[in-house]
Ligand binder design. Structure first.
Ligand code: SAM
Length: 304
């Protein structure tokens, strides 16, 4: 196939007069992204073209030979330019990311929910009292887009959920997601720093958190996409362990007897998080691996 001029520099007169099919555009764009070092080149090309066409990735496969008109191609070209040159994440370009099969709204104000956080949701569900017994009370501390709170709300319709964040902008997105998914009445949103967002005397059967845990000193090693996500969602003091330690230190004060804490963290932080949980008076420390086999989630319980 002959290659059009790079999408970033716009079509030449010759490439404008030629008609491009879905498959041709996908192949060219995947090659362009790969040359730019984007690891998920084909997937990203599919997501962006589906978005530009108002279609779905599945539908693209049925429409491979369909010609793409000039207006659609212009919209796609702009998305490709922003992805390739500015390294804006696909989730922010299309405004959505699926998490736990929930189509969540995503903007620059929230961390794009990651697949590894689904490991936390799976483990969290196993920690809750069985459905049909007491209705569980759950805290999602640092809710961002609302991913964890909404996934747990979807799985446990009997649960009462509080979702907090220090960022008012993030809470607005989380609330919008809850409304769009018809779960707003079941989740109470509260702004504040850590446990300070909570009403005095609140107690939970489960405290879940995916707090910021990256080490600011390693900022230079991170993928360029992270520059588009909120600093507050990414970095923590004490080499990334600060907020994990603060949560572990105080969780027992907010847990029911026998209640559980579950924390997501970086693969090399498991021992430190386990130690922080023990120091905070918690027991029954457990570790869970993500789909890549890396230790990403630590669980602990307040003694009954
Ligand atoms: C890694 S993101 C996780 C977002 C979401 N829970 C998820 O799993 O996709 C961490 C979240 O914690 C929030 N956060 C950071 N510091 C906080 C603090 N001191 N108190 C409450 N929330 C905080 C950030 O604004 C961000 O939304």
């Amino acid at each position: 196939m002959s290659r059009p001029v790079p999408a970033a520099s716009g079509p030449s007169a010759a490439s404008c007069s030629r008609s491009w099919t879905v498959l041709e555009l996908l192949r060219w764009t995947a090659g362009h992204f790969a040359e730019r070092g984007i690891e998920t080149a084909r997937l990203d090309a599919e997501c962006l073209l589906a978005h530009a066409l108002g279609s779905s990735r599945l539908r693209l496969y049925l429409d491979f030979e369909m010609p793409v008109n000039d207006a659609e191609r212009a919209a796609f070209r702009e998305l490709v330019r922003r992805r390739a040159t500015l390294r804006i994440p696909v989730s922010q370009l299309v405004g959505r990311r699926e998490f736990w099969s929930l189509p969540l709204r995503v903007t620059r104000d929230v961390l794009t929910p990651r697949p590894e956080t689904e490991t936390l949701v799976t483990a969290a569900l196993a920690l809750l009292p069985a459905a049909g017994t007491a209705a569980p009370r759950i805290l999602d501390l640092g809710t961002g887009s609302g991913a964890i709170a909404l996934a747990l709300a979807r799985e446990r319709p009997d649960a009462t959920i509080v979702a907090t964040d220090l960022s008012e902008e993030a809470l607005r997105i989380a609330q919008q997601n809850a409304e769009e998914l018809g779960m707003a009445k079941r989740i109470q949103f509260a702004a504040g720093d850590g446990f300070e967002a909570l009403a005095a005397g609140s107690r939970f059967d489960l405290i879940a958190s995916n707090p910021p845990y990256l080490d600011p000193a390693r900022r230079g090693e991170l993928p360029p996409e992270l520059a588009h996500e909120p600093e507050l969602a990414l970095f923590a003091d004490e080499s990334g362990l600060g907020m994990l330690r603060r949560i572990a230190a105080r969780a027992a004060d907010w847990l029911e007897a026998g209640g559980a804490l579950i924390l997501e963290h970086a693969p090399d932080q498991g021992d430190d998080v386990a130690e922080a949980c023990r120091a905070g008076g918690l027991a029954q420390i457990g570790a869970h691996r993500d789909l890549g086999g890396r230790s990403r989630v630590t669980t602990a319980r307040r003694s009954p």
